[in-house]
Design a protein around this ligand. Structure first.
Ligand SMILES: C[S@@+](CC[C@H](N)C(=O)[O-])C[C@H]1O[C@@H](n2cnc3c(N)ncnc32)[C@H](O)[C@@H]1O
Ligand code: SF4
Length: 376
C-alpha cells in the first residue's frame, strides 16, 4: 500500500530577519503577487505527476505564511485543492508568527481550510526575544496561543533552547508556560548558532551569555520529563505531541512518504527522486515566468541509498526502525568500526531494542547527530 502524499509550499516573505535564522526569506514583499502566480504555475506543471496520488497533508511554511493577506492565502489553498486530490480530513498547517494572530485573521485561516497552526514562540522571556530580534513579546505570544486554542485548532509551538541570555530556569519556565497555554504539540530546537554569523560571533565573544552544552543537555532532558508528565509523547528528536496530534506532514519526511514541495528552496521526495528548487527568489520567478520548474537538484535515489535513508530518518522517530535492517546494513557495509560502535551505543544505553525495533533512548537522542552521521 502506498501512503498518502503530502504537499509543502514555501512562503518566503518576512517583516525582518531574526538573528538566528538561515531559512530562505525575503524582507521585500514587492514580488508577492508575482510569487503567488508563480506558485500556481508550478502547481500546474507538477499536477500530471501527482495524478493517481491522494494527499492528506498540506504544509504552508516559511518565511512567514501568516503575513500573506488572507484573501490571497485562501485563493492559493483553493488552487492547490483544485490541482491535487486532497482527502476530506487532510491536515492543513500554517506557520504563524505570534504578532500576526488576530481574531479576524484566525477566522479567515479557518475559512480557508487551515486546521493546524504552528506558532514560532521561541521564548517567553522578553530579553531573550529582543536578543534575537523577534517582533513579539511574551505577552503577545501567550495572547496568540489563547486566541488559537479558544477555537480548538490543532496547535503547535516552537521553542529554541540555547538562546542568548537563556538560563536553565528561564527555559524551564518557557516549557511550563507553553504547556499551560493549551498547545497539543511542542517543537524544541537546539539553537544552531552556526547558521548565523551574528550569533556565532556573539557566542565566541560572550560565552557567558550561553548555556554550556552540558547545561543544554540537562535542560532538554528535564523538558522531556515535564512534557511526559503532562501526557506529551516524545515522538521525534525535536517533537512532542499529545497522542494523535503528531504532525502528520512532518512524519512523512521521516518515513520517506511521497512529498511534493512548491516554492523557492522547497524540497521533495517523489517517485524515489529527491528534488529541490533553486534558493534565489529572482531565479525562481524567472524560471516559472518561462514556464519551467526551477529545479536546482534532481537525483534518483538508488536501492542502497533508500535503505540507508530509511534507517537514518527512521531513527529520528521514537518508534525507531527494525533492528534487522540496521544489522544487515552494517553487515553489508563491512564496517568493523561501525559494528563495534553499534554494540557500544547499545551497551551504553544510547540505543535500545524493543519488539525487534531499535530506537534512541532519551540520552541517545542528545547524541543522535554524531551517531546518525556514522551511517553515511
Ligand atoms: C521556518 S522557521 C520560522 C517560522 C516563522 N516564520 C517564525 O519565525 O515563527 C520554523 C522554526 O525553525 C526554528 N529555527 C529557525 N532557525 C533556527 C536556528 N538557527 N536554530 C534553531 N532553530 C531554528 C524556529 O523555532 C522557527 O520557529
Ligand atoms: S525565524 Fe521566521 S520570521 Fe524570523 S526570519 Fe526566519 S522565517 Fe522569518
Amino acid at each position: 500500500m502506498t501512503s498518502s502524499a503530502g504537499l509543502y509550499v514555501h512562503l518566503p516573505y518576512c517583516r525582518s530577519r531574526c538573528g538566528y535564522c538561515a531559512f530562505v526569506v525575503s524582507t521585500d514583499d514587492s514580488s508577492r503577487g508575482e510569487y503567488l502566480d508563480a506558485l500556481a504555475r508550478e502547481a500546474a506543471l507538477v499536477e500530471p505527476e501527482a495524478s493517481g496520488f491522494r494527499f492528506d497533508s498540506l504544509y504552508l511554511g516559511g518565511g512567514t505564511p501568516s503575513l500573506v493577506p488572507p484573501g490571497e492565502l485562501a485563493l492559493l489553498v483553493e488552487e492547490l485543492r483544485g490541482r491535487f486530490d486532497f482527502e476530506e480530513d487532510s491536515e492543513a498547517t500554517l506557520e504563524a508568527n505570534p504578532e500576526d494572530v488576530t481574531v479576524e485573521l484566525r477566522d479567515a485561516w479557518i475559512r480557508a481550510g487551515i486546521n493546524r497552526i504552528s506558532v514560532g514562540v521561541q521564548s517567553l522571556e522578553d530579553p531573550e526575544l529582543v536578543a534575537v530580534g523577534r517582533r513579539h513579546d511574551a505577552a503577545g505570544a501567550l495572547r496568540s496561543l489563547d486566541r488559537l486554542a479558544a477555537v480548538g485548532l490543532s496547535l503547535s509551538a516552537d521553542l529554541i533552547l540555547g538562546l542568548p541570555g537563556q538560563t536553565a530556569e528561564s527555559f524551564r519556565g518557557n516549557v511550563q508556560r507553553i504547556c499551560a497555554a493549551g498547545v497539543d504539540h511542542v517543537s524544541i530546537y537546539l539553537l544552531e548558532a552556526e547558521k548565523s554569523r551574528v550569533i556565532e560571533d556573539d557566542r565566541r565573544t560572550h560565552p557567558d551569555r550561553y548555556l554550556s552544552d552540558d547545561a543544554q543537555a540537562d535542560a532538554w532532558l528535564e523538558a522531556g520529563e515535564t512534557l511526559a508528565s503532562l501526557g506529551f509523547v516524545h515522538y521525534e528528536i525535536s517533537n512532542w505531541a499529545q497522542p494523535g496530534r503528531e504532525a502528520r506532514h512532518n512524519v512523512k519526511y521521516w518515513t520517506r512518504a511521497p512529498t511534493l514541495g512548491l516554492g523557492v528552496s522547497a524540497h521533495e521526495l517523489w517517485s524515489e527522486r529527491r528534488r529541490a528548487n533553486v534558493s534565489g527568489l529572482p531565479a525562481y520567478l524567472s524560471a516559472l515566468g518561462g514556464g519551467r520548474r526551477p529545479l536546482a537538484l534532481d537525483r534518483t535515489i538508488g536501492e542502497d541509498e533508500a535503505i540507508r535513508e530509511r534507517i537514518v530518518l527512521g531513527l529520528r522517530l521514537s518508534r525507531g526502525v527494525p533492528a534487522a535492517d540496521v544489522e544487515s546494513w552494517i553487515e553489508e557495509a563491512g564496517d568493523a568500526l561501525l559494528l563495534g560502535d553499534y554494540a557500544a551505543w547499545r551497551a551504553e544505553g544510547l540505543l535500545a531494542e524493543t519488539d525487534s525495533r531499535v530506537r534512541f533512548t532519551e540520552r541517545g537522542f542528545l547524541l543522535s547527530n554524531e551517531i546518525l552521521c556514522r551511517f553515511v
